[in-house]
Design a protein around this ligand. Structure first.
Ligand SMILES: [Zn+2]
Length: 56
């Protein structure tokens, strides 16, 4: 598990970021827009090995 997580922030509602893998497709829980990593203009990245995360 060396994958890096990316923070998906919806460009429409700028809702709270959702951490997921870059290959994921996320549905914004606020405006129901589908987001891919290409929609994230300035993604923050997180190495899961350096943080304790709850993955779902
Ligand atoms: Zn949204």
């Amino acid at each position: 598990m060396a994958a890096v997580l990316v923070e998906f922030i919806c460009p429409l509602c700028s809702g709270p970021g959702i951490w997921a893998y870059p290959s994921a497709i996320i549905r914004c829980p606020y405006c129901t827009r589908w987001l891919t990593v290409k929609d994230v203009h300035n993604p923050a990245k997180l190495d899961p090995e350096s943080e304790q995360l709850i993955l779902f």
